[in-house]
Design a protein around this ligand. Structure first.
Ligand SMILES: [Fe+2]
Length: 221
């Protein structure tokens, strides 16, 4: 199991604080972003990412859904199946996230690829480009798993409280291995520590995770 040392944790937070973008999200979204960030960072460590790769996966994890800030909350929080128009709007959020980050000066290919492709499925059934297998950038494969896991734990207000323990969520990830997720990445995911200690979530809470300014000094709003 990868140990998530305090020093590594501090480094990760420092990376984020240098790359903050001001954006208002509800508390459950912020919690989800933190969880995705911490889990993606742990997977990066386990995969032997170098500091630059760890920075990139941290930033990508933090901002992968920033494009959702432009979507009507009624659609984001919609219960049940979406109609075709609503689905199109949701699918568009990866384009929006990509363009927002480009506009803010992010030009790292690994960050942009992770954000743009984080809904691609291993079997080619995802979006936006129906990439499959190794065509999907590794950073996006990581986000695909940790984003799903965190979402399944019921952070959204419209989800009920049933079946929301981490073991159940892990079993769902295992069931998606080879279909939604790269089996090799699932193996790595199973080796990292979960659920996340509340102490780490609290540390992140104390850092200005929601951010004020991007390092260029420009507010996104
Ligand atoms: Fe997303």
């Amino acid at each position: 199991m990868v140990s998530f040392k305090d020093s590594e944790f501090s480094i990760a937070i420092n990376h984020l604080e240098q790359h903050e973008i001001s954006c208002e999200f509800p508390a459950w979204v912020i919690r989800h972003q933190k969880e995705v960030f911490l889990l993606a960072y742990r997977m990066g460590l386990k995969l032997g990412f170098d500091p630059e790769q760890l920075t990139d996966i941290s930033i990508a994890a933090r901002f992968h859904d920033i494009g959702k800030s432009d979507i009507d909350p009624a659609i984001i929080n919609h219960q049940g199946a979406l109609n075709e128009d609503q689905r199109y709007i949701i699918f568009e959020h990866v384009h929006q996230s990509y363009h927002i980050l480009r506009k803010k000066g992010i030009d790292s290919k690994s960050i942009l690829n992770a954000v743009f492709y984080h809904h691609e499925n291993f079997d080619g059934s995802g979006y936006p480009d129906r990439l499959s297998n190794e065509e999907i950038p590794i950073e996006a494969q990581i986000l695909r798993i940790v984003d799903s896991y965190s979402a399944m734990l019921g952070r959204r207000p419209y989800q009920n409280a049933e079946n929301k323990d981490s073991q159940w969520a892990v079993s769902q990830i295992e069931q998606g291995s080879g279909i939604l997720y790269n089996p090799e990445m699932v193996k790595i995911f199973l080796e990292i520590g979960r659920p996340l200690p509340e102490s780490q979530m609290k540390s992140l809470q104390q850092s200005d995770f929601n951010g004020v300014l991007f390092k260029t000094g420009n507010s996104i709003n």
